[in-house]
Design a protein around this ligand. Structure first.
Ligand SMILES: NC(=O)c1ccc[n+]([C@@H]2O[C@H](COP(=O)([O-])OP(=O)(O)OC[C@H]3O[C@@H](n4cnc5c(N)ncnc54)[C@H](OP(=O)(O)O)[C@@H]3O)[C@@H](O)[C@H]2O)c1
Length: 256
């Protein structure tokens, strides 16, 4: 036996880049990583004040923190994230959390709706992993966590493309996990159910009662960002070293 579990859960000495960390699940993960000792890089898209508030909270934990800005629907945005980082900063942990969801009946989805969701959710995932995994491989240690959705297997009728994009990312995770397994880099997908974040206040077209029933959470409550953060800490830490290529639902039983 090596260290105690609590020591293996520590993220001290690691640097984590978390996309979409200005609110919701990304914010929860960033705060938890800081609490467990990681230096954190917070990515956001547009609300500087919001990300500043998260930075201030992170200040309590005495870790290093910084901010990068990018809109992943735009070409060149992933490269711009790296340019905004200090040259010496190489993330050990990458959490790909930012996503775009456009809810509308499937017959009304436009090609632009399709492209923009695929670019933000799928293409930028691949580009982020391509850009930030080489230094993990070089050091022989890394953690990549994508944030999926229960919609990978229970697609919401008004989110045809979003749900498909999450399923595509899981496939990518399984593919890469095998390719990176002997390099000390784990790759996993954390798939939330309904979590209480600003996103769930966005309007979604009404669905039939019959379908709504299937969308319910057996535990009977909404999840909180900290529920996802708890799993993310495990996956990101040394304690999670034997977990790779997995899809882990944090969903109150909704995927059942
Ligand atoms: N909440 C849920 O019930 C739920 C359920 C299943 C899966 N998820 C997944 O969990 C993750 C986080 O969800 P959440 O509810 O915390 O989301 P959220 O509250 O809507 O926050 C989304 C984050 O992503 C960023 N973002 C949005 N569009 C972007 C773009 N085009 N380029 C770069 N960044 C962008 C936002 O930045 P700005 O605020 O600056 O725009 C924000 O920081 C997502 O991947 C989501 O699909 C959530």
């Amino acid at each position: 036996m090596s260290k105690k579990l609590s020591e293996n859960l520590s993220l001290k000495g690691k640097t984590a880049l978390i996309t979409g960390a200005s609110q919701g699940i990304g914010e929860g993960i960033a705060l938890a990583f800081a609490e467990y000792g990681a230096d954190v890089i917070l990515h956001y898209r547009e609300d500087r004040d919001q990300v500043e508030d998260v930075l201030e909270e992170i200040g309590r934990f005495g870790v290093k923190s910084s901010v990068v800005r990018a809109d992943f629907s735009k070409t060149g945005s992933v490269a711009s994230v790296e340019r905004q980082l200090d040259k010496s900063v190489k993330p050990d942990i990458l959490v790909i959390n930012a996503s775009l969801q456009i809810a509308k009946p499937w017959e009304q989805i436009t090609q632009r709706d399709f492209d923009i969701q695929m670019n933000v959710n799928v293409k930028s995932t691949m580009l982020l992993i391509q850009r930030f995994s080489p230094s993990m491989i070089e050091r022989g240690w890394g953690r990549i966590i994508t944030i999926g959705s229960v919609q990978q297997i229970k697609p919401h009728p008004a989110m045809l493309v979003y749900a498909a994009s999450k399923a595509a990312v899981l496939n990518m995770v399984q593919n890469l996990a095998l390719q990176l397994a002997d390099k000390g880099v784990t790759v996993n997908n954390l798939a939330p159910g309904v979590i209480d974040t600003p996103r769930i206040k966005e309007p979604v077209p009404e669905v039939e009662e019959r379908i709504k029933k299937r969308q319910e959470t057996p535990l009977g409550t909404l999840g909180e960002p900290i529920d996802c953060a708890a799993m993310a800490v495990l996956l990101a830490s040394e304690a999670g070293k034997f977990i790779t290529g997995q899809n882990i639902f944090v969903d109150g039983g909704m995927s059942l």
